[in-house]
Write a protein that binds this ligand. Structure first.
Ligand code: BGC
Length: 758
């Protein structure tokens, strides 16, 4: 079994959408869903990160741009359409090591012509605007005329599968005959962002060019060039399609002129040179991100799929974009950015690709204006980050959705899921703790910490009778319960956010007093505010059980109907129990980790016993109806000794999309589950955590069948390689490192190799 490949051996057009998601190729700048050129079934998707538009849709959404993949083969007058042909063989394969998607098939047309097609496609990691495909075409039982059509389709819409929400976000501006080559420019409706796709074909066999004739055409929103060739039985021809994708969102010059120049350069470099450079970059990325699991092939492939897709979804070159909940892999959640990024994906980037982590945090800094506006328009102060954010940081959560019966349902998350503010603060502190990036914390980080704390100051309510601060009417991570008071996750992290703001403002005051004063005057803060913050920090209400061991998820939670989960499906996941006449929100059932989530984020704040009691209590009541949940329970489970469930939850997390276990992979990647998968391996099985003194700890436990686990992380500018086998742990570090292994302290000096028996 090749442990770097995801393969599909059978064609079924019903699965096209799912595989478009799984086979998406992206480089952080853009993503192209893994659509098949030779089928019209599915949902093609071409997205450039940061290009959003609202126009007729309910809220601003990522724009599905013109499709540049268009490629048809005609044998005389018959189009090779795999939904119409008989398929003699079919295979698709994503090579994750190289970042290349392969497709091959033998198709027999209605007139009995048999043709073999082998293609490969890549979206360059070397030059982000380049992508290309290569087709090797062989007639198997005929000689004759073959026409090859290269086209760009501007008739694309968003939500193509949903007639009530289908929206076209752009107008086709220009078609170009680049002779050879074609181009099509579109312009978005609201912000007039232009995007250009430019493609051209080169066709060769052993005697050189195979094209005899070319015809350029414009068909409304579609531009095409067709080449006539003559093909001979058993002889292969190779056609290379070069593509350039650019937008004036990031390029302030004439798009077509720049595009044609770039295409020329690309062709001059050649397909082979570009793909080689692309592969070298992927090799380098794998060197940073890979987790090697020996002895468990299913786990190995699964974890790599998640690492590959995460690394594909971001790059360090743009600080005005972040990763959407569905990556660059589909239109689910409208391309919006959630807490998924900071809490679930960011740790992966912090520890493997810190430059990318910084760019992701810079997106929050660069959208502070929107966050301040959100606070202002909802009656608060400081910065209120949007539960769902797009290009400007304004709140873009839809207010209404539709249930299965077609009834309108009010969506409250955008109004009440305030914890996103502390989640972002959490991401900043985690990043700084692991990287020591002073420049970032001084210039951007502290500002976010202070302005989010200022928001909490305006949001909390003082309860005079109880002499405590409360936060009423919120939604915590568990979205089954709306309008709840004193959700512990929200309260605890608001308190923590304020504590960190106080700590870093004191730190900045000493570190860079001018900067400190400038910030205070910019944000309108003074000692009076800081005194209030101290009070909030000390008196924030955290509901608990009477013995103090079980944290009450929110005030009144223990009084709700305690419905038992007693049935599990074939994957050992909970089946809905009978609510016995209650509404879901009237039960103690949870959608996803909530109290458990808090204990994973702040592991040092809770004793082992408290973690164990809470894990046991809440695990039995969690339905895992969010893909964010299983990985988190695996981490907390391992921390409290539940090894049996940990492996189950880990596998569930890493196979979220590969097995489509949430049933909606069609609409994009579960990027948070991918981040959770990394966390489950590293924070869970390796037991990596940073203790109160800021020292790195590992406490590995490996499932029986795992022969070994190895990986690299960045820790304060050193690269640390850790390899765990059944009988020993080996550690290398490029810089001096203090590390606790099973609570024993080790000092590793520069480039020395540490071996510890297990
Ligand atoms: C989850 C949220 C998550 C969102 C986007 C929801 O179903 O409950 O926690 O942020 O999906 O992934």
């Amino acid at each position: 079994m090749n442990l770097w490949k995801i393969s599909l051996d059978k064609y079924n057009s019903y699965d096209n959408r799912k595989y478009e998601t799984l086979f998406t190729l992206a480089n952080g700048y853009r993503g192209i869903r893994g659509a098949l050129e030779f089928s019209s079934k599915g949902n093609k998707g071409n997205y450039i990160a940061g290009i959003f538009d609202k126009s007729q849709s309910q809220v601003t959404e990522i724009v599905n741009l013109q499709d540049p993949l268009g490629f048809n083969i005609y044998i005389e007058d018959e189009k090779v359409d795999i939904d119409e042909c008989v398929l003699d063989s079919f295979k698709r394969e994503l090579d994750m090591y190289k970042g290349i998607l392969y497709t091959s098939f033998i198709a027999i047309t209605k007139k009995g012509k048999s043709i073999e097609v082998k293609c490969e496609r890549f979206v360059s990691r070397n030059k982000i605007n380049r992508w290309a495909a290569k087709y090797e075409i062989t007639p198997l039982n005929f000689n004759g005329k073959v026409f090859l059509e290269n086209y760009i389709d501007g008739s694309v819409t968003n939500s193509a599968w949903d007639v009530m929400n289908k929206t076209k976000h752009f107008k086709v501006k220009n078609n170009y005959d680049s002779n050879p080559g074609i181009a099509l420019t579109v312009e978005t409706n609201d912000n007039n962002i232009k995007a250009l796709e430019l493609t051209t074909l080169m066709g060769e066999n052993e005697i050189g060019n195979i094209f005899k004739n070319r015809r350029y055409s414009e068909f409304g929103e579609l531009v095409s060039e067709v080449y006539e060739t003559f093909m001979t039985e058993g002889k292969s021809s190779t056609i290379v399609k070069y593509g350039i994708s650019i937008s004036d969102r990031d390029l302030k010059s004439d798009l077509y002129a720049s595009g044609t120049r770039q295409l020329k350069d690309f062709m001059k470099d050649g397909y082979d040179v570009e793909i080689k450079k692309h592969i070298i970059i992927w090799e380098k990325i794998w060197n940073e991100i890979d987790i090697n699991i020996d002895g468990d092939e299913k786990a190995q492939i699964g974890i790599r799929f998640n690492l590959f897709q995460l690394a594909s979804s971001a790059y360090e070159g743009d600080t005005t974009i972040s990763i959407a909940a569905k990556g660059l892999h589909g239109e689910g959640y409208k391309g919006h950015v959630f807490w998924d990024t900071e809490v679930f994906m960011l740790p992966f980037f912090i520890y493997t690709r810190p430059d990318v982590a910084k760019a992701l945090l810079m997106y929050r800094y660069n959208t502070l204006k929107g966050a301040r506006k959100n606070a202002e328009t909802t009656g608060y102060k400081g910065a209120r980050f949007a539960w769902e954010a797009a290009d400007e940081g304004l709140e873009v959560t839809p207010k209404w959705g539709v249930d299965y019966d077609g009834n309108a349902v009010r969506i409250w998350t955008g109004d009440e899921e305030y914890h996103i503010n502390s989640d972002i603060a959490f991401g900043i502190v985690e990043y700084y703790r692991a990287t020591n990036d002073k420049e970032f914390i001084v210039n951007q980080g502290v500002e976010i910490l202070l302005d989010t704390a200022k928001f909490w100051q305006s949001r909390v309510e003082y309860n005079k009778v109880e002499d405590r601060y409360e936060i009423s009417s919120v939604i915590g991570p568990d979205e089954f319960h709306e309008h709840v008071d004193n959700n512990v996750f929200t309260n605890y992290l608001a308190k923590w956010n304020i504590e960190k703001a106080l700590f870093f403002k004191n730190w900045l005051k000493i570190e860079d007093n001018v900067k400190y004063k400038v910030l205070c005057s910019k944000l309108g803060l003074n000692e009076e505010d800081f005194n209030v913050w101290e009070m909030i920090y000390k008196k924030m209400y955290i509901p608990k059980s009477e013995d103090g061991m079980i944290i009450e998820q929110f005030e009144g939670y223990f009084d709700l109907a305690d419905i038992e989960i007693s049935k599990y499906d074939e994957n050992e996941m909970p089946i809905w129990p009978d609510f016995k006449g209650n509404k879901l929100g009237e039960t103690q059932l949870l959608k996803q980790a909530d109290v458990a989530q808090l204990m994973i984020m702040l592991p040092e704040e809770f004793s082992e016993d408290v973690k164990k009691f809470n894990y046991e209590y809440y695990e039995q009541r969690t339905m895992h109806k969010s893909s964010l949940s299983p990985s988190m329970y695996s981490i907390l489970g391992l921390a409290v000794g539940d090894r049996q469930n940990a492996y189950k939850y880990f596998m569930k997390a890493i196979y979220t999309d590969l097995e489509d276990n949430q049933g909606n992979t069609d609409f994009g990647l579960h990027a948070a589950a991918a981040g959770g998968s990394w966390q489950s391996a590293i924070f869970g099985f390796v037991g990596l955590r940073v203790n109160k003194e800021g020292i790195l700890n590992i406490n590995p436990w490996l499932p029986e069948q795992w022969e070994g686990l190895s990986f690299n992380i960045n820790w304060k500018n050193s690269r640390v390689s850790i390899s765990i086998s059944k009988d020993k742990i080996e550690v290398n570090s490029t810089g001096d490192l203090s590390l606790n292994i099973y609570d024993k302290k080790y000092l590793i000096s520069n480039k020395k190799h540490l071996v510890v028996e297990r």
